[in-house]
Design a protein around this ligand. Structure first.
Ligand SMILES: [Zn+2]
Length: 272
């Protein structure tokens, strides 16, 4: 049984400062240690639940945060930037389920630690078939295309609420609760690691009760940018349509195309 893990950083227990997620800062070394501890707890739990193979996709920033030599030996690591499927690289129908670790809530969520969607200052909102989503929804939707259910989400209380609104049965561990954008009430580390281990095992055991997140076709993707010139540049993507000053819509043929449309729109917008 194969388990897929996408690992972000802003939702890791203890992570509150911008410096915690910035490789250029001296705070970062400590935070990537917290990140790998949570990922390893989830791998341990998955293996205890019967997983025979685990792939971990490093999904934060330059996507090379997890120290390869400290990762649980049962897992293989996808590391480094430029992956064509980014936060969901390697996902396919061979996986029995997916874990979303260290995740954070969508841009604009109140009392959410590091709330953002994809990148600070470039994306204000994403909607698929008019449903407002954050990174959890965007990524779980790609897993859903391959009929892979989200089993477990970890992060702050806000992302747990966001994930449960989309996938009511998903197992979850809230490792902290936002008191502001850069401050949180954090659970004791040992306790949150134990909870991640337990929930990982339980969710793998209860596999048949978990349902994939499937967005119905025909698909519509809408992306709101904070500035008109970003939307203007993004509208160069063939097949896209500028539906408002700061909004681009696309009608991709399937979910992998939707995901790639989103990545292309984002990268175009960044050049504006
Ligand atoms: Zn993220």
């Amino acid at each position: 049984m194969k388990i897929y893990i996408t690992a972000d950083m802003e939702g890791v227990n203890g992570v509150v400062l911008r410096e915690h997620v910035d490789p250029a800062s001296r705070e970062y070394e400590m935070a990537r240690g917290w990140m790998v501890a949570e990922v390893n707890a989830a791998i341990e739990g998955a293996v205890a639940g019967g997983a025979s193979e685990v792939i971990v996709n490093d999904s934060h920033n330059n996507m090379a945060n997890l120290p390869a030599d400290r990762l649980h030996p049962a897992a293989r690591l996808v590391s480094g930037p430029g992956k064509p499927f980014s936060m969901m690289q390697e996902i396919d129908s061979s996986f029995a389920g997916a874990f979303f670790l260290g995740y954070h809530a969508a841009f604009g969520t109140p009392l959410a630690v590091h709330d953002h969607t994809w990148a600070y200052s470039y994306i204000e909102d994403i909607r698929i078939n008019s449903i407002h989503i954050g990174e959890f929804g965007l990524n779980a939707g790609l897993a859903g295309h391959y009929r892979v259910p989200p089993l477990l989400v970890t992060g702050d209380r806000a992302v747990v609420n966001e994930a449960r609104a989309l996938v009511p049965g998903v197992a979850a561990v809230a490792v902290k609760e936002g008191r502001g954008r850069l401050c949180a009430l954090c659970e004791p580390f040992e306790q949150s690691l134990a909870a991640i281990r337990e929930q990982a095992t339980a969710s793998v055991h209860n596999l048949p009760s978990h349902k994939p997140l499937i967005f119905a076709e025909p698909l519509t993707l809408e992306v709101d940018f904070p500035k008109a010139e970003m939307a203007e540049t993004a509208s160069l993507l063939p097949g896209s349509e500028r539906t408002a000053a700061c909004t681009i819509a696309c009608h991709p043929g399937d979910y992998p195309q939707l995901y790639r449309c989103f990545l292309a729109l984002f990268r175009l917008a960044k050049t504006a």
